[in-house]
Design a protein around this ligand. Structure first.
Ligand SMILES: Nc1ncnc2c1ncn2[C@@H]1O[C@H](COP(=O)(O)OP(=O)(O)O)[C@@H](O)[C@H]1O
Ligand SMILES: [Mg+2]
Length: 283
């Protein structure tokens, strides 16, 4: 590596500011947790310090996908006035996760002393380069106070018309509660890049037409049987198979956050992937 390249890399690695990304969706089962967890894993492998906060109360799946369980939640710590760091589960030195706990996103459940305690304790968040919030489906007026505190919301949609409609419902609610909140769109389970862009265009068209709100295309992930295999093995797909289509596409998403280049995909990686998936392909 050239000296100037090394300098650029060092300056990128020692980012001081914490970026907070809220992973959201209109409807459930579109891939939020998979995006949150694998994004976290990929960033952590690039020497970024990452904290994932599981805020989906009904289906707290972050720990399941990481093969780890948490003993206590953020909410428990706040109520018991224990250090929030006690709730942090260390997956690797650079990847941590924490469970929000029941009622955490509804800030109305918190008393003034709770809030004062939290504000003091929350300082440890700034030790991370990225804080990723995995939210439940369908934001409500209450959870919006929470979501709108993030630097950016990443809305996960699939190419199905119902998912686009539900995604638009989120954009509308967000426009009402947090007009300035930037929204990035991740199209998950797309057949290819073309379908992903079509999906994005459809969503952005209505968003611009009715709300005058532009959206940002944050990337796409293909529909890939690797994801299902990885979920069954209780492993993030990015660790389960780094050479898969879906992992390679995730690299394109993370590179936009880190500025680091995506490695060229090798002929053999592509071929092996085709061989592995040949039985799942629609003929
Ligand atoms: N890109 C993908 N390719 C194939 N299957 C996927 C993909 N993304 C998600 N899935 C499937 O959808 C299921 C739900 O994903 P999950 O991340 O838990 O969604 P959410 O958190 O939005 O409810 C996964 O268990 C997996 O079976
Ligand atoms: Mg989920």
């Amino acid at each position: 590596m050239r000296d100037d390249q090394a300098r650029v890399l060092r300056s990128k690695v020692s980012v001081k500011e914490t970026k907070t990304i809220a992973i959201v969706s209109g409807k459930g089962g579109v891939g939020k947790t998979n995006v949150a967890v694998n994004l976290g894993v990929a960033l952590s492998l690039q020497e970024k310090r990452v904290l994932i906060i599981d805020l989906d109360i009904g289906m707290a799946n972050v720990g399941v996908l990481l093969g780890k369980s948490s003993k206590t939640s953020l909410m428990d710590c706040v109520k018991r006035r224990e250090s929030l760091a006690d709730a942090v589960v260390e997956v690797s030195p650079t990847l941590h996760f924490i469970h929000g706990g029941s009622g955490f996103t509804e800030l109305t459940n918190l008393t003034d002393p709770d809030v004062a305690f939290m504000m003091k304790e929350f300082r440890f968040f700034y030790e991370y380069d990225f804080v990723i919030l995995d939210l439940g489906a369908g934001a409500t007026h209450q959870t919006f106070d929470f979501i709108s505190s993030a630097d950016e919301a990443w809305l996960v949609v699939t190419p199905e018309p119902t998912s686009i409609m539900d995604g638009y419902a989120f954009v509308k609610l967000s426009h009402h509660h947090a007009t300035e909140l930037p929204i990035g769109v991740i199209v998950n389970r797309a057949m290819n890049g073309e379908e992903a862009l079509e999906t994005f265009d459809r969503l952005e068209l209505v968003s611009k037409q009715f709300l005058n709100k532009p959206l940002r295309f944050a990337g796409f992930l293909p529909d890939d049987p690797t994801v299902i295999r990885a979920v069954k093995a209780q492993k993030p797909f990015y660790l389960f198979d780094r050479t898969s289509d879906v992992s390679w596409r995730l690299d394109h998403i993370t590179t936009a956050l880190t500025g680091l280049r995506v490695q060229e995909r090798k002929f053999l990686d592509r071929l092996v992937n085709r061989l592995k998936n040949r039985n799942n392909r629609v003929r």
